[in-house]
Design a protein around this ligand. Structure first.
Ligand code: SF4
Ligand code: FES
Length: 258
């Protein structure tokens, strides 16, 4: 396949960017989108030019680092798929493809397609953990968890923290990500003691990072490579309201999360 890529190039944070056009010839339909970028980068390096900066790690759909907009869609046109697992057979010969970084104020561009996703780390640091001592792995496994609860917790834990939900949302909301993390931990016996504190701290941090609120567009779940369902957002809103009512804080509560 012969393809044309129009890629966002930006030399650093806060600098003006531009779209640059590259031709990729003889691309195998079996390579992934990241391997296509590798091929273009080889050409650039051979020509003495700066390669396109993009993030990647696992290349098997589990680390969440390969974030990019492909033809205006987070992770590209195929549902439930990360950019690293998107193969060129889903495009056609001669196609022109635009590639851009996530666009959200809370995810500033570092360079080209690489964005700063540390806002997600700070949401996790606010409460996305279990601080009770569960002992060794063996002790932890002796706590019985009903299968129905384990199954839903596992569905929520499938979130890979990629940020596609934010990039796809017209409000740049991070509610699907935050809700998935809360849904995972809050329903497990090890996570229950800190349930109320967790939901309040994580939602408040999400707001403080400048993410928007959900207005039910459902673009997040459409773009999510793990197809995390939006019902976790409703669950988070109920848990937040319940926690706020049971222990109001002096700093004033934020309302209207969705
Ligand atoms: S909810 Fe989905 S789209 Fe959002 S960060 Fe998690 S895996 Fe990525
Ligand atoms: S590189 Fe890890 S999910 Fe794509």
């Amino acid at each position: 396949m012969d393809l044309v890529l129009k890629v966002w190039r930006q030399d650093g944070p806060g600098l003006p960017g531009r779209m640059e056009r590259y031709e990729a010839k003889g691309v195998s339909p079996d390579v992934s989108f990241l391997e296509l970028l590798d091929q273009v980068n080889d050409q650039l390096v051979r020509a003495g030019k700066e390669p396109i900066a993009f993030e990647h790690d696992c290349r098997e759909g589990i680390c969440g680092s390969c974030s990019m907009m492909i033809d205006g869609a987070a992770h590209g046109p195929k549902r439930g798929t990360t950019a690293c697992q998107l193969h060129m057979r889903h495009f056609h010969d001669g196609q022109e493809i635009t590639v851009e970084p996530w666009r959200a104020a809370a995810f500033p561009v570092i360079r080209d397609l690489v964005i700063d996703r540390t806002a997600f780390d700070r949401i996790i640091a606010a409460g996305g953990f279990v601080s009770v001592n569960t002992g060794s792995a063996v002790d932890g496994n002796t706590i019985p968890v009903p299968k129905e609860i384990a199954d839903v917790a596992m569905d929520a834990a499938a979130c890979i923290g990629c940020g596609a939900c934010v990039a796809a949302c017209p409000n740049a909301a991070a509610m699907l990500f935050t809700a998935a993390k809360i849904a995972h931990l809050n329903r497990l016996p090890q996570g229950v003691p800190e349930r109320d504190r967790r939901v309040r701290a994580m939602v408040d941090q999400m707001d403080a990072e400048g993410f928007g609120s959900c207005t039910n567009h459902y673009e997040c779940t459409e773009a999510c490579p793990k197809e995390i369902p939006v019902r976790f957002i409703a669950e988070m809103n109920r848990a937040y309201a319940k926690a706020a009512l049971s222990a109001p804080v002096e700093t004033g509560d934020r309302g209207g999360h969705g």
